[in-house]
Every structure is written in C-alpha cells, then in structure tokens.
Design a binder for this molecule. Sequence first.
Ligand SMILES: C[S@@+](CC[C@H](N)C(=O)[O-])C[C@H]1O[C@@H](n2cnc3c(N)ncnc32)[C@H](O)[C@@H]1O
Length: 290
Amino acid sequence: MVKLIELTSGEFKKLAKLIYEKTGIHLPDSKATLLGNRLRRRLRALNLDSFDAYHKLLRVKASYEEELPHFLSAVTTNETYFFRNTNLWTFIQKKWIPEIVESRRKKPKPTVRIWSAASSSGEEAYSAGICLREALPNFAMWNVSIVGSDISDRVLERARAGVYGEYAVARMPKPLLSKWFTKKDEEYALKKDVQKLVTFKFHNLRDAMTPGNFDLVFLRNVLMYFDTEMKRKVLKNVAEAVAPGGYLVIGDVDPVRNDKELSAIVAMDYQGPNLYRKPQRVAVGAGESK
Ligand SMILES: C[S@@+](CC[C@H](N)C(=O)[O-])C[C@H]1O[C@@H](n2cnc3c(N)ncnc32)[C@H](O)[C@@H]1O
C-alpha cells in the first residue's frame, strides 16, 4: 500500500504563510487537511517525499516560477457558474444596460467596459457578454470590452477555451443556452460572437489594475478568502478601476456595508444589496465622461 505523505502542522504553517504572501489568501488551521489533499498531487508529480521538500522547492526562484501556476491552482477555490445570483442579472439587464444606452445615446461609437475581477473560468464575464449581446440595440455600433482576470492559470485557460460542462450552464435561462452555445456531446461551447468580447489575463488583486475606467466591476466570492489587510488593498485597487458613475458589485458576503474603514476606501454610494456606485465626476462644464 502507498504510504500517505503527512502534512505536519509546522509544514502547514510554512505553506500557509507563503500562500498569504503570494495571494493574500488566509488559510486558517482548519484548512490543513484540505491543503494537504490538494497539494499531495503536486508532490507525486514532482516526486517529492515531504511537504517540507515542496516548500523548499517553492523557495528557490527558478523552480518557484515553474511551479507557481500549479501551486496557485491547487490553493484557490474556483466555484462559479453562468448567471450566478439571478437578481444581479435582472438588475444588469433591466436597469444597468438601459442606463448605459441612455448615457451613450449621442455617441457615434459608444463604449462599454466591464471587469470580472477574480473571474475563475469565465462564467461571470461571459454572462455579462451574453446580456450585452441580448440588450444593446445596434450591437455592431458598440465598442464592448470585457476583461476577466484571475491568479490561476488553469482557470484562465479554461476561460479562454469557452467550453463548459452541464454544471456551469444548469442555472442559466434555457433560451439563452440554446442561442449562445453549441452543444457537443456533453459539453457546451460558447459561440464566437460572445467569446470574442472577453479577454482573459493573469492579475493578482493585491496589485493595481491597469487603468480601465470600467463601467461595471464584479468582485464576487473572493473577498472572503482574504484577511482585513488584504481586503483593504483589494478594495482600493478595485475601486480605483471603476469609472465615475460606474458600478461595483460585491459578492454575497459583503464586508463593506457595515465597516466604516472599508466603506471609506470604496467611497461609493450604496445602491442596495451588494451594489455600489461611484459618484459622477463633478467638473465645471463637464459633459459625458465618454
Ligand atoms: C470562487 S471564485 C469566484 C468566481 C466568480 N467571481 C464568481 O463569483 O462566480 C474565486 C476566484 O478568485 C481567485 N483568486 C483568489 N485570490 C486571488 C487574488 N489574490 N487575485 C486574483 N484572483 C484571486 C481564485 O483563483 C478563484 O478563481
């Protein structure tokens, strides 16, 4: 029988510290078994006989760089699916898109920009793409840019492929499923018309986003993995990326609402559950910002 490699509490602490340094993800002691199970596969692949040896390898620059994508993929939780949280998508289709259309009414080539921060395998970013395809009048006239970003290369690869299993699409409206996907065996391939609207890139939320002036930013189901210091950093970076008048959607567990310090960092108007709006820029003689 193959002997199971144990993760000692000392090894767990060292790895948890490294994970925190690299990702901002805080792993409490209760996650030791989960981490051991997830990393054991990497130990086998690398032919290592202890977690200590794995930690040493991650401390050497050259091997760290090679191992990093696997390490990050093993330690992140990537649960997501299309049209997660129905109320949000109703808001986007019924309120946000009509507002965008109205505000860009006089533009010959209007622009709309969305960022799915911590996008995982792309379901959130593509759901936004489907909504825009459905609801923007004269779609060809629009300049649509959607960015999905994550620290796990494994999920980014899946996002770029745009092919999903039953679980990912099970809760989306059936007419949209048949309209925007092609079914191949047990899989659903997103049609190019939506796929081409989204670009995926590696981005760590602890770093500032390249300026995007996004009209809508999703930051869902990721803040709960961070401690207070990391939440501060992330919210600052994300808030800076929202355009004046743009919206920020925070995940179901919203740490901002009742926290004075985090609310001050976000500095946006609360619009209802999980939703914030950045005030419009006030400038003398200012017209539309786009
Ligand atoms: C549970 S998924 C959320 C997916 C999607 N936003 C949703 O709500 O359905 C969380 C994602 O956050 C990513 N993540 C964790 N720490 C991150 C960090 N520091 N920077 C960027 N992404 C991170 C993980 O790789 C994972 O794909």
